[in-house]
Design a binder for this molecule. Structure first.
Ligand code: IFM
Length: 472
């Protein structure tokens, strides 16, 4: 072990035998083949093809061409020694218009993926929704429409019946915070709506969708799967003036708006008060909270960086420095009195601060809030300005980032956190939403011209970690 333990660079750290090392991706970010085998359009097809929405006008039309390179990518996972692979299923491949007839070719693709994983000894972690809502559902109101939650449950049932004898872990939603607040609040993500009330309606309908889908999955799945949801929980720190109040407000919107109904069966009263001028929350119908409050086997935690907040000294001022691309609206309905401060560096290529202590703090806080809830890190990783040199990618910054976050996770485990595994974001460089292909998160480099995959140093490092179960 080095002498510097405060900086999370220790070595000689060992992970228990049942800790699951894996890596994650999402359908729209890697698959491409958007017009093939009956896939319908999603809100991200529409959004990315709308001028001005995505940097350089990039789209997911081709992405990593994973749809056509499935076997090659599966072999890559095997070569790295991944024990699990977290992927998402594109709803518009299964039901092209979000309801009605099943597109068998879509189900077959994910069947081949799951079988390919199992044949290579890799546990499939399937996420049902990683943001590619069928466009037809958005045309009917998307997540602001309660009916979308019921359509989601129907889709969950279809996929659960088809793959429910083989998937190891089911995750309902990925980061509903982004779907609701970036999709319908700030407008930085598809469908690009900027309406505080729409964002809050979306929060509730996503929560409802989670509960309904879990119930359906449990009804149709035949193996002994685990059930989960993945949240991008925010680590919020105080930055001076009125910081306790600022933290409380952002924590309510970012974290407790989801953990409240999902894990405790109620919306936080302070959230309802803070947003009373926007909505009376009448869209929460009797019985909804019971439907949402379903037991989960594991809570998926996505962590990248921290936030620091305080109250504005002028009630009219507006914030944007929260690490997300500003796009007109606010991702924080009812919290216009809160200012987000620039974080101290160092930063990743996203401009996000590197703070492994935030991960340790988050895991410990979850243990305190939900003592009996097992956790899994379902995303952690970093974008850097990677270059190919003589056929290699020496991404030392990413190795350092991952090293320090693994140490942070390990420290949390040593303090009693029941952490079951770690899925590095991302396996492949991919379509980084409104940033297009300008940000590379992969441990595997993708040459978008040739679709060649090159293992970065971080992939080789991670492979060694998995093989030895040690950070050395
Ligand atoms: O690329 C995204 C992913 O789709 C969701 N979580 C955050 C990642 C990095 O921004």
């Amino acid at each position: 072990m080095t002498s510097d333990t405060t900086d999370y660079r220790e070595t000689g750290i060992e992970f228990p035998a049942n800790f699951v090392f894996g890596s994650a991706t999402a359908s729209y970010q890697i698959e491409g083949a958007v017009h093939e085998d009956g896939r319908g359009p999603s809100i991200w097809d529409t959004f990315s093809h709308t001028p001005g929405r995505v940097v350089n006008g990039d789209t997911g039309d081709v992405a990593d061409d994973h749809y056509h390179r499935l076997d090659e990518d599966l072999d890559l996972m095997k070569r790295l020694g991944l024990q699990a692979y977290r992927f998402s299923i594109a709803w518009p491949r299964i039901q092209p218009t979000g309801s009605g007839p099943v597109n068998q070719a879509g189900l077959d693709f994910y069947g081949r993926l799951v079988d390919g994983l199992l044949a290579r000894g890799i546990a499939p972690i399937a996420t049902l929704y990683h943001w590619d809502l069928p466009q037809a559902l958005e045309d009917a109101g998307g997540w602001t429409n309660r009916d979308t939650a019921y359509r989601f449950a129907e889709y969950a049932s279809i996929v659960g019946r088809a793959l429910g004898d083989r998937v190891a872990t089911w995750t309902t939603l990925n980061e509903p915070w982004c779907s609701a607040y970036l999709g319908y609040g700030s407008g930085a993500h598809a469908p690009g709506v900027t309406s505080p009330v729409a964002a809050l309606r979306a929060v509730h309908h996503l929560n409802l969708a989670h509960g309904l889908a879990l119930t359906e999955l449990r009804r149709v799945v035949t193996n002994d799967a685990d059930y989960s949801v993945t949240l991008n929980l925010h680590v919020i720190r105080g930055g001076g003036r009125g910081e306790d109040e600022a933290i409380r407000q952002i924590d309510a919107l970012a974290n407790r708006a989801f953990t409240g109904p999902m894990l405790l069966g109620a919306y936080p009263p302070d959230l309802l008060d803070d947003t009373a001028a926007i909505t009376d929350w009448a869209f929460v119908q009797p019985g909804d909270l019971e439907l949402i409050h379903q037991p989960i086997d594991v809570l998926g935690v996505n962590y990248y960086s921290t936030a620091t907040v305080r109250l504005w000294d002028r009630s009219t001022a507006r914030q944007t420095a929260d690490g997300h691309k500003a796009a007109g609206g606010s991702p924080w309905p009812g919290a216009d009195n809160v200012e987000f401060l620039e974080q101290p560096g160092p930063y990743t290529e996203m401009g996000w601060n590197i703070a492994p202590d935030g991960l340790e703090e988050l895991l410990l806080s979850l243990k305190d809030q939900f003592p009996n809830q097992p956790l899994m890190i379902t995303e952690n990783g970093a974008a850097f300005d990677d270059r190919v040199e003589d056929g290699r990618v020496h991404d030392a910054k990413r190795v350092d980032y991952l090293h320090r976050h693994f140490v942070a996770a390990h420290r949390a485990m040593a303090q009693g956190v029941d952490l079951r595994g770690y899925q590095v974001w991302s396996l492949l460089d991919n379509f980084e939403w409104a940033y297009g292909y300008t940000k590379r998160f992969g441990i595997v480099y993708v040459d978008y011209e040739t679709q060649e995959r090159i293992l970065k140093d971080s992939a080789l490092w991670y492979s060694e970690v998995i093989g030895s179960r040690r950070i050395s």
